[in-house]
Design a protein around this ligand. Sequence first.
Ligand code: SAH
Ligand code: DHB
Ligand code: MG
Length: 223
Amino acid sequence: MMNESHWTDVDRYASELLVKPAAPLLAALEASNAAGLPPISVSAPQGKFLMLLAQTIGARRILEVGTLAGYSAIWLAQALGPGGQLVTLEKDPLHAKVARENIARAGFADVVDVRVGPALETLIAMAGTLTAPFDLIFIDADKPSYPLYLPLAVAMSRVGTLIVADNVVRKGAVIDAVSADPRVQGVRQFNELVANHPRLDATLLQTVGSKGYDGFTLARVAR
Ligand code: SAH
Ligand code: DHB
Ligand code: MG
């Protein structure tokens, strides 16, 4: 009973009872599937978790690394008050196109800025010209590059900024120090950089659900 299909059933229960994704979120997943994008968006309960986190800290500026079809971006955009902004980075032009359509259908075309290109290049350019820090940064792109994204995320933060990273447990493989999987090594290095960073207080939360067994690292810029 306590297997992956049960986790999916409980995610459905949570979604129907509590999460209740708005129609544009369902449409975004349908459009993502129809366009052949991989089914690797955050789950609905995870998306709402991100939205509630952003609302709880009163986020007005959000940065996302890894857009895919814009599903998590729409959840996060729903947390923004008037004048809020979300910048989301995506290297794949097709993903960006599908995301822009989904984001427009959700009514957030003027709130969400999808920037196409390798995130590392975009982040370096952004860090050099930034006028205001981000309040929340969600890292969810290529896992081997997470260690490169972290210092740039911190550079675009202020005290109180929350940095959230997806897929850091990887079915538990994160504790395999000799894993040959570059994604595992990427999230391991990321977690170590977070742990050793003088400005960050952090935790790691394991998750199960329709996306299997995985987890989030949450780090707050504390000083
Ligand atoms: N955050 C999304 C899922 C992102 S999936 C959601 O939950 O809805 C990861 C995305 O990162 C993919 O669309 C992939 O194309 C993109 N990506 C991978 N490498 C990248 C890179 N170097 N720069 C920017 N985006 C990248
Ligand atoms: C993958 C990427 C993700 O961001 C995710 O949530 C799940 C899977 C992947 O690259 O396989
Ligand atoms: Mg992810």
